[in-house]
Structure formats: C-alpha cells, structure tokens
Design a protein around this ligand. Structure first.
Ligand code: NAD
Length: 463
C-alpha cells in the first residue's frame, strides 16, 4: 500500500492555474468529451475494484462487501446515469411557452460554472469524492479534488489512478490536511462542494464568502428513528441495527438514536439483540463483517460519550482505543440531555430514548437541529404522515435506512445545519451548472414594444 504524499502548499495555486487554462481551452464544452471522461472514470473504478477493497480495509478495516455496496456499485451507478443522460441534461432548454415572450425565443443555456473544488471526508472516500466529480465532469467543469487525509490508503490510490484515466489538465487531486486545505480555500473557485462536519463547513463557507464563491455543504447530524409498535418489528430491528453497524456507524445517514414508546422498549431491545447475534455469531470483535473506527482520536471521542451516559448499556460497551474497536452498543433509558445526545455519534452506538407518545417523539426531534435523515418504522400511513408533516429533515424515509442515498432520481442533501444543496444524478449536474438565460429579439417586435421608448405619452403602453 503506497503512503500518502501531501501536495506542496506552494504548488496549489499553480495547479489551479493549470486547470483554469484547461477549462478555457473549451474542450469540456463538448458533450462527447464529457462522456469519454465519464467512461474513463467507470474504467478507473472497475479495473481497480480489488485495490479499492484493499485500501478501504487498510483505512477502516472495512469488509469488502460493504466497499462493493457503498462505494463501487453506487459510484458506478452515478457514472452510468450521467453517461446516459448528460446529452439531455446539457441541452439548451426553451422557456415554457408564453404568448408575451415566445417571439424572443427565451431559453436556458446550461453552462459549466468553471473550475470547482470538491472537499470530501474519510467515511466513504471513493463515493464522496467521485460522485461530485461525476457531476462536475457532466456539467463540463474542471475540478480539484481534496480527499480526506484520514483515509490515506484510499487517497493515495486515487492519486495514483486519476491521472492514468482522466485528463490531468482538467481533473487533479490535492492531498493534505489543514494547511493544504486552507491554501485551497484562499483561492477563488467557481463552486465549492464540501462534505464533512459542520464545524469545518463554517470555515469553508467563511472562506468562500470572501470571493462570493457559491458553496454546497453536505453535512451530518443526529438522524432519529421513530418506532411505531405496529411496525414489522423483525425487519425494523434488522434494518436499524444494520444501519448502525455498517462501516461501524460512520455513515452520515446512519440512524443516530431511536425514539420508542416506553412500553415497547423491552420488546424492541430483544429484537435488536437477536439481530446482533445473527450478524455476529462469534462476536463482532472477530467478525470479518465489522469495520473499525477511523482513528484513535475518534475512538476516544466515542468512548467518552459512552463513559458519560446516564442510560443503561444493555449490549456491547467494550472499547479498545489502540485497536480502534468499539463493539456494537445499545443503551436504553437514555435521557434527552444525555452525553449520547450531545453530538452526532458517528460510531456503532445506539441510544434508545423512551417516549410517552408520538407527540413526545416529535417534540424531541424538533428540539434538535434538522437532521440529514428522519426514519419512521410503521405500517400506519397516518402515523408516518404525522411524523413527516410535523418535522424537517434532509430526507424522510419510512421502513428503510441509509440506502435511499443510492436511489436513482432522489436528491441527496440536508436542510439547515445538515447541509445546503443537493447532489446525485441530475442534482449533481445542476450544482456545477450555470443556468444562463438567453433570448434573441427580432427588430420587428418593436412594432408592439415601441411604447417603451421615450418620449413617453399617456398611451405609450396601449398597444
Ligand atoms: P474529515 O475529518 O475527513 O474532514 C472532511 C474534510 O475536511 C477533509 O478533507 C479534511 O481535510 C477537511 N478539513 C478538516 N479540517 C479542516 C479545516 N480546519 N479547514 C479546512 N478543511 C478541513 O471528515 P469529517 O468532517 O469528520 O466527516 C464526518 C462528517 O461528515 C459527519 O458529520 C458526517 O455526517 C458528514 N458526512 C456527510 C455526508 C453527506 O453526504 N451529507 C456524507 C458523509 C459524511
């Protein structure tokens, strides 16, 4: 596994200048060129699937099945969708017919914004770097990609592969930590897409404001799950627990905490324990199907939250900081002001908050920032509607978790503190596209529009 070399800070503005020259050459205006680059990106992923599995195993102890599911298949699907649809997306669009305006041929040109910056986090270092790139390529932009330094094996692999498959005058990787990203953020970009935590998002947005650069932020938060006792309990427990242990809980859309009627808590926990035993028959520590936390620092952070909980740990609780291991952990009777409710957990710990009724659950949800996702498990359409109609969140999902991020045609994005802007499919294309209004007004129209010219008279506008 090659080690990650940081990009010299003094080279960063030169890289941007090279990409600006590449963009100004005009080659990305050609949709056939964009399709060829998208195809190359598909080859990059396909040809190197095993190497990606290995790099993710090195970075996160990630099981290969999860890398296939969450990185390879979904990213390839994004590439395929953009390849098939980019010609349609990029086509000039006529404005809807209007009797007053049609003679001027009002239309919208879809133009690339220019040279864009994509900054991504460690938890899905392929999908979260290359999916924005798909949008940028499809839109005709040049792009600098900044992978997370916390997943160094995958960042090094992408750095090796990108110039072998894609046009290096248009698409480049800059590696590094805070100093390198700070330098990137000092430069003017035509759009910045940042995926990661809200603290850094504020730094990114403040830096972008200096140049009036548009920014999209894809963030996280505490995504709640509301349980209706009338749900399909086995399926609910299986899906929720899977959403919490996949990638050891390091998923922006992971169910963060569960709101369950007090009288149903025991039954729900029993169902979760059964799922745990079926997923990890010899225990999670020795299982090939369970990832590790990205760093000792994050392991320590989550350990502290577990140590300080006022709830009762009914499953797991073991932490080995040196091994970056946290057992899947379930905590019951968690109060609203608990340590486990103080921040996004981003680890395999599931707090369960008992509630009196649905209104109580909705009140608790609304006491927190708008989450990236909100999950409801229920067979009752009125129950589901009541939750969705009385809350706000990036997405509102019934009887499923996490996988909606890969669903064709759905936007991925938060609201308020969970993010601004949308990507995936056409939404990714739109993010990096300038919708340039255009019209062409024939001279004969002044026969009807002549009244706009001075000198104005009482009946100037009576045509
Ligand atoms: P991270 O630590 O890898 O950081 C993300 C990026 O920010 C990295 O490229 C890093 O180099 C850069 N960075 C860090 N500090 C910086 C600074 N001071 N100035 C400039 N850049 C800096 O990952 P993270 O932020 O811990 O990622 C986890 C978060 O991301 C969670 O909150 C999760 O919910 C969220 N997330 C959101 C989505 C989404 O699509 N909405 C997807 C995945 C993760």
């Amino acid at each position: 596994m090659s080690s990650l070399l940081y990009t010299p800070v003094e080279d960063i503005s030169k890289i941007q200048e090279e990409l600006r020259a590449g963009f100004r050459s005009g080659k990305t205006k050609n949709v056939a060129f964009r399709k060829e680059q998208l195809l190359q990106l598909a080859y990059l992923i396909q040809d190197n699937q095993q190497r990606f599995r290995d790099s993710l195993h090195a970075d996160l102890g990630r099981p290969p099945t999860e890398t296939d599911l969450f990185e390879i298949f979904v990213t390839l699907n994004e590439v395929r969708c953009a390849y098939d649809k980019v010609a349609k997306w990029a086509k000039q669009e006529s404005a809807p017919f209007s009797f007053n305006w049609f003679a001027m041929s009002p239309a919208i040109r879809k133009e690339p914004k220019g040279v864009v910056l994509v900054i991504s986090p460690f938890n899905y270092p392929i999908f979260l770097l290359l999916t924005p790139l798909v949008g940028a390529i499809a839109a005709g932009c040049a792009a600098v990609l900044k992978p997370s330094e916390q997943a160094p094996a995958t960042a090094a692999l992408l750095t090796e592969l990108l110039p072998r498959y894609l046009d290096p005058t248009l698409y480049r990787i800059v590696n590094g930590g805070v100093p390198e990203t700070t330098r990137l953020l000092e430069l003017p970009w035509d759009h910045i897409m940042y995926t990661g935590n809200g603290r850094v998002a504020r730094i990114v947005a403040a830096a972008a404001a200096k140049h009036l650069t548009p920014v999209s932020t894809e963030l996280g938060g505490k995504s709640p799950v509301v349980i209706d006792p009338k749900c399909d309990l086995k399926t609910a427990a299986k899906r929720i627990f899977w959403g919490k242990v996949a990638n050891a809980g390091q998923i922006c859309l992971a169910p963060d905490y569960v709101l369950v009627p007090r009288t149903f808590q025991d039954k729900f926990i029993e169902a979760l324990k059964e799922v745990h035993d079926s997923f990890f028959p010899s225990g999670p520590r020795v299982s090939d199907s369970f990832s590790r936390i990205i760093s000792e620092q994050h392991t320590q952070r989550i350990k502290k939250l577990i140590d300080e909980t006022q709830g009762k740990i009914v499953l797991g609780g073991e932490v080995d900081v040196a091994q970056k291991y946290i057992a899947p952990t379930i905590v019951r009777d968690v109060p609203e002001n608990d340590s486990l409710m103080s921040e996004e957990l981003f680890g395999p710990v599931l707090p369960i908050i008992p509630v009196e009724d649905l209104d109580d659950a909705i009140r608790i949800i609304n006491n927190h920032d708008h989450p990236l996702a909100l999950y409801v498990f229920s067979q009752d359409s009125k129950f589901k509607a009541k939750v969705f109609d009385n809350t706000q969140s990036g997405s509102a999902i019934a009887n499923e978790v996490v996988i909606h991020a890969g669903a064709d045609g759905l936007p991925v994005g938060g609201v308020g503190p969970s993010g601004t802007g949308y990507y995936s499919g056409k939404y990714g294309f739109d993010m990096f596209t300038h919708f340039r209004a255009t019209m062409d007004s024939p001279g004969w129209l002044d026969w009807v529009l002549g009244g706009r010219y001075p000198p104005y008279t009482a009946d100037s506008l009576n045509v």
